[in-house]
Ligand binder design. Structure first.
Ligand code: PLP
Length: 357
């Protein structure tokens, strides 16, 4: 039976990425060796890193004056690297979920953290608006897509301080204006590559402002100066990321992804709103994520949750159980997930409704 992969992360990758990565594992660039068993300083691998960096910039339209680096440590290490490199004394954070909270916790090790607004009072089911950002902070940090709670900020904010964004789970999902941001970072394992590589986009002029000594590996400048080759980069995840970037380009880039993502999310949200057995957890339509779609059984239908999970699983749906802090269901609809998988889930919801009528 066809499997439909709705896992939140690590998550579905394009078939092209899997196929090309398997080829590279067996025989990399005609060397007769695996990409895993060849020097990262070989001309063949240097070409992979260069092409991945160039395609990353091209696909997102990254302007002059920015660097793109690939490092290890996951987005979670960036929670500390951001304040380590950027904070002189104060920073502002928007608290929209578990990942924001973890970022805030790390930032507090380096200075004053002003949490300008939070939606924690209602299990993070909306994006706070109408807050003020103090103008004396060194940067303002947001999590654009809240993978666990299914909310998303799709506006590229105009703010008067450097804007820093965790885009782990929505990078490459829409057209965006990188020039509005000072730093964008994310773990690759949601929408780009296998776990093990983290991307960071940095506007070069935000660095070097704090006089705090920074350990070599945690200093952005180290990785920018050596073009992500200061130490051994995660070669296989970088190689796989390059395949996804090629796939993105061949499939129309982020503009085309955005259209398909709007269509996929619309299909599923429409069914959640129509089907009397279910309800969405995010009520403001403009706050609803296109990447992680959260829903629960409607009031009075709570007892059917296990049944629906079993039914959907029997129809090939994998990874739709919601995060333990929200319950219910979460369907992650990343770039690589085909429309047919969303349609299969919608069909299963309709069939389940008929069975229970
Ligand atoms: C998954 C995720 C993280 C954590 O990434 P790691 O690479 O596991 O450290 C951080 N932020 C967001 C928004 C995520 O979805």
């Amino acid at each position: 039976m066809k499997k439909h992969n709705f896992y939140a992360g690590p998550s579905i990758l394009p078939q092209f990425t899997l196929d090309e990565t398997i080829k590279g594992i067996k025989d990399f660039a005609g060397t007769g060796l695996s990409v895993m068993e060849i020097s990262h300083r070989s001309k063949e691998f240097v070409a992979v890193m260069d092409e991945a960096t160039a395609l990353f910039k091209e696909l997102l339209g990254i302007p002059e004056g920015y660097s793109v680096i690939f490092v290890g440590g996951g987005a979670s290490t960036q929670f500390a690297m951001i304040p380590y490199n950027l904070m002189k004394s104060k920073a502002a954070y928007l608290n929209t979920g578990a990942w924001s909270k973890k970022a805030i916790k790390e930032a507090k090790l380096f200075g004053d953290v002003n949490v300008v607004a939070s939606s924690e009072d209602t299990t993070f089911n909306y994006i706070p608006k109408g807050y003020r950002i103090p103008d004396d902070v060194d940067y303002f940090h947001i999590t654009t897509n809240n993978t666990i709670y299914g909310t998303e900020i799709r506006e590229d904010f105009d703010v008067d301080v450097p804007l820093v964004a965790d885009m782990s789970s929505d990078i490459f999902s829409r057209k965006m204006d990188v020039s509005k941001y000072a730093v964008i970072y994310g773990g690759a394992q949601k929408n780009l590559a296998p776990a093990g590589v983290t991307f960071v986009i940095i506007r070069n002029d935000v660095l070097g402002k704090s006089d705090r000594p920074i350990p070599t590996m945690l200093n952005y400048k180290t990785h920018i100066d050596k073009e992500s080759m200061f130490n051994t980069p995660p070669v296989l995840p970088v190689f796989a990321a390059l395949q996804t970037l090629k796939w993105l380009k061949a499939n129309g880039g982020v503009g085309e992804m955005e259209k398909i993502n709007i269509h996929k999310a619309g299909l599923l949200y429409d069914e959640i709103d129509r089907n009397p057995l279910f309800k969405g957890t995010v009520l403001n339509k403009e706050d609803r994520s296109r990447m992680n779609i959260c829903f629960v059984m409607n009031d009075g239908c709570e007892a059917l949750e296990k049944d629906f999970l079993a039914y959907a699983t029997s129809k090939g749906m994998l990874g739709i159980k919601g995060h333990r802090s929200v319950g219910g269901f979460r369907a992650s609809t990343y770039n690589a997930l085909p429309v047919e998988s969303v349609q299969a889930l919608v069909d299963a919801m309709k069939e389940f409704e008929k069975m229970k009528a």
